[in-house]
Design a protein around this ligand. Structure first.
Ligand SMILES: O=C(O)c1cc(=O)[nH]c(=O)n1[C@@H]1O[C@H](COP(=O)(O)O)[C@@H](O)[C@H]1O
Length: 265
């Protein structure tokens, strides 16, 4: 099934647009998880606690880029799939075509990926040609430095992030979404006006303090889109050293975010 059809079905089943970010910072994994692959043990328990509320899981590749990390990622992806939840790998890839073809092979394992458009259309072609997968193109990111380049005017009164959004819409064969941060609600609204049909991945609610209402109001296209929180969910139990209470807190955080976002859907 095409990714955005699968996502639409999952959003309906879970009654949720929450993307749970799986960013298992080794420095923050609790001491009681000391098995062979602590990141996998951590993610498994997070998934057990949150899957009812998850429209998707979004592991960020930065937290898995070592031999044990890739094993932990594979286990995590298989486990999420076993719970019926799609997986979006946040890898922000972007490289010359020959290299991009290798990067794109990860779409045999995960369902969707984030990509960086800075190298231009040919660098994204190996991803875009996967009509079964979801390809989320960075348009307006959530970090303060997003203004450095993305907000530059590029002619015709357009900002670079707006131009990227329009080009991405032209590239889409029903398989493209955009990444637009919740920390920039005006930009979020501007992109939605330009690009009515693409689903957005909206990160930046939770730990980064972004605008949840704007994320839902502008992030969804025909009800489909994702609002991500990572640290705000997975480390919600950090105050406790008791294992079941720790992961119950993650489940509660995911449920609370789902309810809050659903108020605006
Ligand atoms: O592509 C992303 O997911 C992303 C884009 C962006 O503009 N801002 C952003 O925070 N992210 C990612 O979303 C996650 C946010 O994590 P929290 O701030 O802990 O919720 C991290 O994995 C970021 O790398």
């Amino acid at each position: 099934m095409a990714f955005f059809d699968e996502l639409a079905a999952r959003i309906e089943t879970a009654d949720s647009v929450v993307s749970v970010g799986l960013d298992p910072d080794p420095d923050r994994i609790p001491d009681f998880l000391d098995g062979d692959l602590p990141r996998w043990g951590f993610n498994r328990r997070v998934i057990d606690a949150t899957h009812e509320h998850a429209a998707c899981y979004k592991p960020n590749a930065a937290f898995y880029e070592d031999p044990d990390g890739w094993r932990a990622l594979e286990e995590t992806v298989a486990y999420a799939h076993g719970k019926g939840v799609p997986v979006l790998l946040d890898a922000k890839r972007g490289d010359i075509g020959n290299t991009a073809r290798q990067y794109a092979s990860v779409l045999d394992t995960v369902d969707a990926i984030t990509v960086n458009p800075y190298l231009g259309e040919d660098s994204l072609q190996p991803f875009l040609s996967r009509s079964d997968a979801g390809v989320f193109v960075l348009a307006r990111t959530s970090n303060p430095g997003a203004r450095d380049f993305q907000n530059l005017e590029v002619g015709n009164d357009k900002r670079l992030y707006e131009y990227v959004a329009q080009r991405a819409a032209e590239w889409s064969d029903g398989n493209v979404g955009l990444v637009v941060g919740a920390t920039a609600p005006e930009e979020l609204e501007a992109v939605r006006e330009l690009v009515p049909d693409l689903p957005f991945l909206v990160p930046g609610v939770g730990a980064q303090g972004g605008d949840a209402e704007a994320a839902v109001e502008h992030g969804l296209a025909d009800g489909v889109g994702l609002v991500n929180s990572s640290r705000g969910i997975i480390f919600a139990g950090e105050e406790t050293s008791e294992a079941s209470a720790y992961f119950d807190a993650a489940g509660d955080a995911a449920r609370r975010l789902k309810r809050r976002l659903n108020e605006y859907r």
